[in-house]
Design a protein around this ligand. Structure first.
Ligand code: HEC
Length: 187
């Protein structure tokens, strides 16, 4: 342990004692329902792979490996994809906000328009047929379509007002993000 790390652990130990906490409890990790990621990284690009797996080596050092398949695309297509992706993230965040407010209509509309099938090609228009979709390997394109499908499904389910079904449907959407992110990279 380095001198600095020692000092940090001594300091955090002292803080723990001072706050009267005798044990630092590690939260138990429970597997998420619906997302079943394999233990070992499978073949590249099959849609279930884990990216950036830390593989312990014989000498105990951890080697950082990126198992994602590279999907090369022209600069413009990649830029459009980035805009889409950022909007996906913002849309998800807005959906959580609407759910908290119980504004189911807005959650549904945001999901359909920004993540669902209605969102496809929203920015690709700028590219005149040079949108990211055509440069994706087949599996990646399928994962993209799958994500749009489950987002459209969520847009319907959320209107039912059934919380359990709503969250199950929402997790299908985030699983779509996860599956592709664990399998593909663009650079
Ligand atoms: C079809 C595959 C695919 C799907 C589905 C997908 N993504 Fe991505 N996303 C990517 C790839 C590939 C990158 C670029 C990763 C890289 O090359 O570093 C990316 C990048 C991103 C980024 C980073 C953008 C930046 O600032 O550079 C965000 C944020 C993101 N995705 C959010 C999402 C969210 C949220 C979802 C689900 C609602 C989602 N993505 C679904 C493939 C996908």
């Amino acid at each position: 342990m380095s001198k600095q790390a020692l000092m940090m652990s001594a300091l955090s130990g002292a803080l723990l004692l001072a706050s009267g906490l005798a044990v630092a409890v590690e939260p138990e990790r429970t597997p998420q329902r619906g997302v079943t990621l394999p233990d070992a990284p499978p073949a590249r690009g099959d849609g279930t792979g884990r990216g950036g797996t830390i593989t312990p080596t014989a000498d105990g050092q951890a080697a950082l490996e990126d198992h994602r398949q590279l999907a090369t695309m022209p600069e413009k297509a990649r830029a459009i994809m980035r805009i889409d992706m950022q909007d996906h993230l913002v849309a998800l965040n807005e959906i959580f906000g609407y759910l908290a407010e119980n504004n189911l209509a807005a959650a549904s509309e945001t999901a359909e328009k920004r993540l669902g099938n209605s969102s496809m090609g929203r920015h690709a228009m700028m590219a005149r047929g040079q949108g990211p979709g055509r440069f994706m390997p087949e599996t990646m394109r399928q994962l993209g379509w799958g994500m749009h499908d489950v987002a459209s499904e969520f847009a319907l389910v959320v209107k039912s007002g059934d919380a359990a079904r709503t969250y199950t449907a929402l997790q299908k959407v985030t699983s779509g993000c996860v599956a592709c992110h664990m399998s593909f990279r663009t650079r």
